[in-house]
Design a protein around this ligand. Structure first.
Ligand code: ZN
Length: 261
């Protein structure tokens, strides 16, 4: 089984009637619904409003894949939770970042850049081209797929060069965008997937759903070596190795590493 958590800031759907009419159960609820036919998934959801944004240490330590959707409340995500999610990605948890999640604290943390883009909300058609038809994330798609009405994202997308670009989008107004990017950070795989937006029914598009399903399985850690917990990052172990791996005579001066005011 794949333990999946779908995280949503869940703000637009509660305060905007138009958005609510498209996603009455929230974007997380919509995603959960179309994933429910995949019996290999054990799905939980979490939202910004819950304690620790619904992302307790216990839950994250048992999570294989985390989906992240946020837009207008990125700044309300507590840094300690960002630290917690980053740690789990470095340990091996898969992270799937959707659409406006490009500006989330966790995505920017993992990229180390601004992740800025160009954008415009004018209901443009998007044609998503498959750059590598052999990639597991592109399984079951044609040469391209289309989204009738969407928000435009344009280059330059200020992220580091990805390990692989699976999709490139073209928009009606002539702009292009790298819309499916693969990264590895520590032991964890990250996939950024552009399509989304709260005011259009993008997550009801069958091809978009197919990509999300495929990418969950692609970012999922291979369970060959068991779960790795970084004991140093958690403060359980000290970095200093007290005893040498093999006998050695200590030479030279040893500086005091503790900073005293
Ligand atoms: Zn948007």
């Amino acid at each position: 089984m794949v333990n999946l958590v779908i995280w949503n800031e869940f703000v637009h759907e509660q305060e905007d009637e138009h958005v609510k009419s498209i996603y009455p159960k929230g974007i997380h609820g919509c995603i959960k619904e179309f994933l429910s036919d995949d019996e290999s998934l054990n799905i939980k959801t979490a939202t910004l409003q819950e304690k620790d944004h619904g992302l307790s240490e216990e839950l994250l330590s048992n999570t294989d894949v985390l989906i992240w959707w946020g837009h207008k409340a990125h700044k309300l995500v507590e840094d300690k939770i960002v630290d917690r999610v980053q740690q789990r990605v470095l340990e091996g948890m898969g992270l799937l970042v959707l659409h406006s999640g490009h500006h989330s604290k966790i995505f920017k943390r993992m990229m180390g850049t601004t992740a800025n883009i160009r954008w415009a909300e004018r209901g443009e058609k998007e044609r998503v081209w498959v750059c590598n038809p052999g990639h597991p994330i592109a399984k079951g798609l044609g040469e391209y797929f289309e989204i009738d009405m969407t928000e435009m994202y344009g280059e330059p997308f200020q992220v580091p060069a990805p390990d692989e670009t699976v999709f490139v989008s073209w928009f009606e107004g002539g702009e292009v965008f790298r819309s499916g990017l693969c990264y590895k950070r520590g032991n964890g795989k990250i996939f950024y997937f552009r399509p989304g937006h709260e005011s259009y029914p993008v997550y009801y598009n069958k091809d978009v759903q197919k990509v999300i399903k495929n990418s969950i399985h692609w970012v999922c850690p291979e369970k060959t070596s068991g779960l790795w917990i970084d004991r140093i990052a958690k403060g359980i172990d000290n970095m200093e190795r007290k005893d040498p791996v093999q006998p050695i005579e200590v030479k030279g001066y040893q500086v005091d590493h503790n900073y005293k005011k």
